[in-house]
Design a protein around this ligand. Sequence first.
Ligand code: ADP
Ligand code: ZN
Length: 603
Amino acid sequence: MRVLLKRVFGYDSFLPLQEEVISHLLSGGDALVLMPTGGGKSLCYQLPALVLEGLTVVVSPLISLMNDQVAQLRSNGVCAAAMHSLTSEEEMTYLRRNCLSGRLKLLYVSPERLLLELPDLMRDTTVSLFAIDEAHCISQWGHDFRPEYAQLGILKQAYPSIPVVALTATADKVTRLDIQEQLRLKDAKVFVSSFDRPNLSLDVRRGYDSKAKQRAILSFVSSHQGDSGIVYCLSRTNTETVARMLTQHGITAAPYHAGLSAEQRNKTQRDFVNDRLQVICATVAFGMGINKSNVRFVIHYNLPKSIECYYQEIGRAGRDGLPSSTILFYNLQDIVQLRHFVDESGQKDINSERLSRVVEYAEASVCRRRILLNYFGEERTHDCHNCDICNHPPRRFDGTELVQKALSAVARTKERATMRTVADILSGIYSPEVRAKHYDSLPTFAVGRNVPLRHWNDFLLQMLQLGYLEIAYDDANHLRITPQGREVLFGRQRAQLAEAREEPTRGTRKKAEAPKVMTPTLPDAAPKEDARLFERLRLLRRKLADEQGFPPFVVTSDAVLHSLAQLKPQSEEEFGEISGIGEYKRKKYASVFVKEIKAFLEA
Ligand code: ADP
Ligand code: ZN
């Protein structure tokens, strides 16, 4: 197994649970594998496919996923193919022949195609393993239910002796049991790996209005030149606004939402995957179908509707294990809007609970990763040192006076103003609403002008969470003072607030470094990575990818590029030592990369 791991995939060691899963499958057992995105699920069936005699059939829900996987396997010299609704009759004949001859090791297939092909396939070919990727699609409880998956239960029923492995990144128990039941995998061994993604930094920013968010996003993206990222927005309009804003500042960006034509969406997705487009501004519709391993950041322009959604969306960053950033913005408008969705939804209680949990997460003052992992049932007793709370523990201060100012402004409006207007009153901003209602003549107008507007937004959100204020969702979202708020307003109780955090200054970028796990062969005194060389190699990779018509990450992962920029191999042998370079890639790419490195060193 290890020899194949190195020779074909170029890796020196397994990721957690991979080896256990593979051994179990090779011994003929069924398995259900739960690993987070980036956990290395594919290898769990790709390696057995190479060891076992015959064909491994991989069921996958999306054509783009299949194509990417096939491209990646072929780039490692493995004979693999996909069969789906876009496969021509000619190709089908060719594929059937290759299955027959035993040349093909892995066949990716959509569930409906598989059911059609099954009788012929089973008659003429030795199938060694069925792998059901994205297995949560079989469950109505999951978030991506696909009716086509529903019939896959017949596999185990009709061919009880062929092992089945089901894989998913969905953690929740109901879905898990449902998958087992529907696929008839009662005796399957269940492998659950940690859902922690230590390479993702977690950052939450509270109380930014749209302008402040856009400034912060621009500043972040500008200091991450060339790094791919996704900005998730709640509305189509926002995806377009943010994409336009970035484009105006010379960053390649495009919107992605259900209102665009399928053609347009495909093009945008392909451009993103091929590194021709740096940033995608998308509604939640985007992401499941992409296998891009080098997404370096995920930004939430709005609060997501649940922790599950949030975790899945940030999970699209850093699948290659390299450090990646996530930022979540949230403000009051998000809460108001999501609350509205909850009220409209069929399952008000559940959705309301989900929303409360994500708001609690965003408001938290303890390590964010601990909250997330505890939410998914993994107990965590130490802080992560890779979230905003760990890095900048919130400092508390006596905010009684600020709270009193805010509450008295609310009282003066007779509790008929929204949070935005109250912040305008406190800051002394002559907004249309302020003028129309003559709030500028209130004694509280501008009493808080020494505090920046964004900080007022932040403090008002805290006051909401602390229970001094509430929102009248049924009355134009006006702010109201709670009985507890009155205690503070009339000086009978004091209030503690957390200091508003300053926007991180530009240029404080921490350049991604290859973490230890990915490069176990590095000596301790490893040379430093050369950033200019990295950029040069990144360009070379893109050129090679364009020439061959597949995505850059299929040529090599970002991790490999970092190792190359660090170790600067100068012979085919040294090149082959790099983690992630198997025999096939060594032969194919060593000379061109080594040439580039030598040219760089001589320049
Ligand atoms: P998942 O399907 O679970 O999201 P993938 O199968 O796409 O994960 O793997 C995630 C990344 O980890 C890929 O870039 C893959 O090449 C890499 N990877 C997989 N196995 C190993 C390993 N044993 N050592 C190093 N990297 C690995
Ligand atoms: Zn932390």
